[in-house]
Design a protein around this ligand. Sequence first.
Ligand SMILES: *Cc1c(COP(=O)(O)O)cnc(C)c1O
Length: 422
Amino acid sequence: MLPGAPFLERSEGRLCLQGHDLDALARRFGTPLYVYSRASMLAAAAAYERALAGRPHLLCYAMKANSSLAVLQTFAHAGLGFDIVSGGELARVLAAGGDPSKIVFSGVGKTPAEMRAALEAGVKCFNVESLTELRRLSEVATAAGRRAPVSLRVNPDVDARTHPYISTGLKGNKFGIAHEEAVQAYRLAASLPGLHVTGIDCHIGSQITRIEPYLDALDRLLDLVEAVEAQDIALHHVDLGGGLGITYTDEQPPDASELVAAMLARLDARGHGQREVLLEPGRSLVGNAGVLLTEVLVLKPGDAKNFCIVDAAMTDLMRPAMYEAWMAIEPCHVGDRPALTWDVVGPVCESGDWIGRDRALAVAEGDVLAVLSAGAYGMSMASNYNTRARAAEVMLDGEQAHLIRARETVSELFRDERLLPG
Ligand SMILES: *Cc1c(COP(=O)(O)O)cnc(C)c1O
């Protein structure tokens, strides 16, 4: 089964997303091209919502995974909140129609200007990551005549040896307030005039494919909730972050419904069933809903390696270069050529510019390939290195294919630069 099924399927040799022929979309809109299935995104959100139904809850899409306006609009219409990490993301999500009262503001280095903008917009809460930030936020809020709602992002220090795929919830990460210091930090927060304590949160990592690390983190968090409330500081909500993995190759992450059911059962078992639950999924809402289409420019067979040079590069899709991530690559149209083993690489002048290594593919120059599971951390991480204009994006909505981002033009890339006088 293809990652992205049932929305992604092969029918009579042609790769289709939400019933649309991807080869035809590449010819119509050009390549490199991101294509997203709106139905797939909505189905992913609905799975979380169903599992949370009947509970006080808020699903906050972590928009850094894919922050294109039409993606944000899709989730805003579905009633979701948002997890933002910068003032830029705040402006973007407001422009897409996001409800500010459903926004949580995360991040280790918020500037006073970003704090002011978020206070002004009326965000649901600031996820605060240090004592300095608590003091600064209180000052900024006081000066603005407001009280900032805060939740402390706690680092649960979940044991890496048992759960090696966690990367942000350990001591030694830059994220969060250390578990041992959290009660002190809450005392400080409760004493500062510009703050109003509303919750607690953690986010333990990304592409997590097991339930146990979440339950370990939840237990650690609930220990703290009990310790903090023993100091007469009420915590309204518990935010368990995002991080649920998707299938790129043979990963078998739990369904959102399994994960949520396990979390809710643990909350109930420990007597916290009445609390509002927040989740911040990013990748699991959009990752499998998108593909990156790219045309084969040059086939360059060699003694050591065969190179399949395509028109998408690390500038369009950073994950392989940055994380050595494995992403499936499929021809959009299967012919009857024999398959050879290829390294699929981009045109950028870096050896790190590769999309897939040692892939068996039956390809010819001019063919269109699809990089699968590219809906998350694809376009949102794109750059202009090598003065490459960024890709266009298309959203499939029923029978319609909407261009949601025009292909960037080269003249836009240096529009704001100035030559020296003379
Ligand atoms: C990136 C991030 C998320 C989302 O992570 P995914 O792995 O995409 O689900 C959620 N919360 C915070 C604070 C993040 O930084």
